[in-house]
Design a protein. Sequence first.
Length: 228
Amino acid sequence: MKAQTIDRSSVAQTISHVNLHYPRPEDGEAAAVLLETAGLVRTQEMELPSGGTFYRFTANSHALNQADNIVYLSPLPPATAQLIAAARESLGMGTANEHPAVSAYRAAHAADPEYDFHVGFLLDSLDFLEERFLALQALEAKDARFAGRLKFLVNRALPGNSEIDARMDASPVYRGVTRYTYGRNGVQAFCETDLIVDGPLGSGLVLEFDYVFPGHDDHIMAISEQTR
């Protein structure tokens, strides 16, 4: 019997979920508050028998139980934590004998928050992006749980559109910024935190917030340009 071919145009495919981990059980609630402040909606939390809490979030406030746009948050699994600890020890991480690859990795990540694994959220309101980003900065400045555990960086829209340029100059987040996006007609904002870990050495995760100005086919999520 001839196999049936499904018409791709008839199938909707989205990203259903991302699974994130916080490093220690005691970091769970702070990591959850961080994601809420970033604009996600907490829809479930469940204490785990092994310690810590499992959380479910959605990025879609209009459909809380929909099966996509989900972010799961739970403690770093013990076997993963042991592997990371062994890798750090073998590489002399944080010691005088640190392997050169570690410092090179850190330098690359510091120069470009998109260098390694990161999670990006697209918002359809620049005002909301700015509000949430300022709220994250306030957490770091005013809440002891976040002091020294959040780092911030933003990329302003490439110049050349007078309306966008004026909006950037008026922005509480982007005015005066001299870093620019790789593509046109959009902005990015980054928050790096060690309250959520990832990567080969259990480094801090970068949360990215994106906005695309409407009415442009060439934008940061469609076309990239080398600009920095």
